[in-house]
Design a protein around this ligand. Structure first.
Ligand SMILES: Nc1ncnc2c1ncn2[C@@H]1O[C@H](COP(=O)(O)OP(=O)(O)OP(=O)(O)O)[C@@H](O)[C@H]1O
Length: 267
């Protein structure tokens, strides 16, 4: 991957920086079908299928508008912005789950989006889900066996009894989120993307997660974290992207961007 230097000679440190994700003028557009009057019902959709008529009301939501940035190995990048500003959409696009309308995303390795890649099954026990989630993330059975105890300990699921042998539907939403994070964090990632996971666990779990994120970065990965909690962003990230209405408003060191964001939002 070519690195831009804008005509400035890069320093030795900058030369060592290896890009992991490049977004180049990225645009993402959602298309919502059947938004015309009376077109949203199931019977109307069935009618259209039977009569082979295309849907009329299509609404477009331009969720990400011309976003460009380069992320490097070892960076932990926070994504902030008000509700609906395009943070989750941007992560999904980087993970390759949404097609670009315009522009491109280049990635080094397969980015993992926590919570989507580790899609677990509610009717299976925690135990089985650890295996399932591990396989889904590309770990071998051997690796899962080796890391199984570590994953369960990290999740803290068994702290209040033997919950890991119960189906996941018996877990609280916080417990399920912790298990998902623990499975994803057990693997070494080139690019790990986390959507609000730290907000769901209790304080002790958040501390463990932050420590694990620091380890992942040391293992030469890049971590993206979407959060509305400025404290988790400050504690975990060294760089922040601020999105608003799909546009990248600011990209810089955590302190600078969070200060500007807090000034703007009064938070
Ligand atoms: N599946 C979808 N279909 C149509 N529009 C969508 C879809 N998902 C998101 N959007 C729209 O895209 C825009 C960006 O949404 P997105 O979920 O990326 O925002 P966000 O910054 O992650 O918000 P939040 O902080 O509330 O989680 C919003 O206007 C939203 O309504």
């Amino acid at each position: 991957m070519a690195e831009q230097n804008n005509g400035v000679q890069p320093t030795a440190a900058a030369q060592e920086r290896i890009p992991t994700v490049i977004a180049d003028d990225l645009h993402i557009v959602y298309r919502v079908y059947g938004t015309g009057a009376g077109k949203g019902s199931a019977t109307a959709a069935l009618n259209r299928i039977i009569r082979r008529k295309p849907s009329t009301g299509v609404r477009e939501v331009h969720a990400v508008k011309g976003v460009s940035f380069t992320a490097y190995r070892g960076e932990s990048i926070g994504l902030i912005g008000s509700n609906g500003s395009g943070k989750s959409t941007l992560l999904k696009a980087v993970a390759g789950l949404l097609p670009a309308e315009r522009g491109k995303v280049y990635t080094h390795g397969q980015p993992s989006l926590l919570g989507v890649n580790a899609a677990l099954m509610n009717d299976l026990t925690g135990e089985k889900n650890v295996v399932l989630g591990g396989l889904a993330m590309g770990m071998s059975r051997e690796q899962i066996r080796e890391r199984y105890d570590g994953i369960v300990d990290f999740s803290g699921i068994n702290e209040k009894g033997d919950f890991i042998s119960l189906p996941m539907r018996t877990y609280s939403s916080g417990m399920a989120a912790r298990l998902r994070f623990s499975i994803a964090a057990a693997k070494d990632h080139d690019v790990l993307m986390i959507d609000e996971a730290l907000a769901t666990g209790d304080r002790a779990f958040q501390k463990r997660s932050e420590a694990r994120i620091r380890e992942l970065r040391k293992e030469a990965g890049t971590v993206f974290l979407v959060s509305h909690n400025n404290k988790s962003i400050r504690d975990t990230c060294d760089r922040v992207l601020w999105l608003e209405r799909g546009e990248l408003l600011m990209d810089g060191p955590t302190d600078e961007v969070i200060k500007a964001y807090e000034k703007e939002t009064g938070k």
